[in-house]
Design a protein around this ligand. Structure first.
Ligand SMILES: Nc1nc2c(c(=O)[nH]1)N[C@@H](CN(C=O)c1ccc(C(=O)N[C@@H](CCC(=O)O)C(=O)O)cc1)CN2
Length: 285
């Protein structure tokens, strides 16, 4: 039987509508959540993601600000800006769009954001909280993936989850979140030998390697849940994932498309984290 397609775009729209009502309620209480995004340089994909964040914030009625800085901005200048935002009482969430120009140390920048405004969930303190299963800001793409799986009532407990890719943004944290839900987790990466031996045992397969058609339907287990995190531009300019969609559809029980799958959930979870940050900061006052 053909797989059920998990349309993240639709789930994202439903969740955004719920959050819009929540924002209206917060405003009545005098809480006006605000997200500030820092964008450095002119990478077209980053510009487009930041625009998406602004548009979604506008829809929810969140205040959003984008600080656009030139590529040659020094690390010191960026750290100075972050320090100002950390101390700006009106700002609830701070996000620095990644990737950064090569002369800037990404980890230093992530660690400069105060954990209570780290709506990306990348600060080591928030990562530590996630690893110990404590409430915190969860990294947006992994959080979106868990939200999608749960929205379809797919059980995670006791399942074998195989993660292809070990990035700090997706691979590592999504494995941790699945482990927190009692999955047995295997990480595979560019140095894994005989990767196909792991792929075929996956009940839940998360593919985040950044290579078009890296996984084909004939490699996956019948009835697997396949989450495609890849975003690859083809020569003709269209967008495809890391999974060969047509062949995987014949084998999987659930499959996410690209575009319209995981991507839209990333922005939605960012807004969710921003609202959470505003509520937490307001409760402390
Ligand atoms: N600070 C961060 N930087 C980056 C993150 C992040 O979570 N925090 N993730 C990615 C980019 N990203 C958000 O920032 C992102 C990626 C993809 C999408 C999305 O909606 N994709 C659409 C297709 C869009 C298109 O046509 O190009 C889809 O898959 O349907 C949203 C956000 C790296 N940087």
């Amino acid at each position: 039987m053909a797989a059920e397609i998990i349309y993240g775009k639709q789930l994202a729209e439903e969740f955004r509508l719920e959050m819009k009502h929540l924002v209206d309620e917060l405003k009545l209480k005098g809480i006006h959540p605000k997200l500030t995004v820092i964008l450095i340089g002119k990478d077209p994909a980053s510009q487009s993601y930041v625009k998406g964040k602004q548009k979604a914030s506008d829809f929810l009625g969140l205040e959003s600000e984008v600080i656009t800085l030139p590529t040659e901005t020094s690390e010191q200048e960026l750290l100075q800006r972050i320090d100002e935002l950390n101390n700006d009482n009106k700002v609830d969430g701070i996000l620095v769009q990644l990737p950064l120009p090569r002369h800037i140390d990404e980890q230093k920048v992530i660690e400069a954001i105060t954990p209570e405004k780290d709506v990306d969930g990348f600060h080591p303190m928030n990562i530590g909280r996630m690893m110990t299963g404590k409430a915190t800001f969860l990294p947006c793409t992994p959080y979106g993936i868990i939200h999608m799986i749960k929205a379809k009532n797919i059980s995670i407990d006791g399942k074998h989850a195989v993660i292809l890719g070990r990035s700090n943004i997706v691979g590592k944290p999504v494995g941790q979140l699945l482990l927190n839900e009692n999955a047995t987790v295997t990480y595979c990466h560019s140095r894994t030998k005989n990767i196909e031996d792991y792929i075929k045992t996956a009940d839940i397969l998360i593919v985040a390697v950044g290579k078009q058609a890296f996984v084909h339907g004939d490699q996956i287990k019948e009835g697997a849940v396949v989450i495609d995190v890849g975003v690859n531009r083809t020569d003709s300019g269209s967008l495809v994932g890391d999974v060969d969609f047509d062949s995987a559809k014949q084998k999987a029980a659930y499959l996410t498309p690209v575009p319209g799958g995981v991507g839209p959930m990333t922005i939605t979870m960012l807004l969710h984290n921003t609202i959470k940050a505003a509520k937490q900061r307001h409760a402390k006052r």
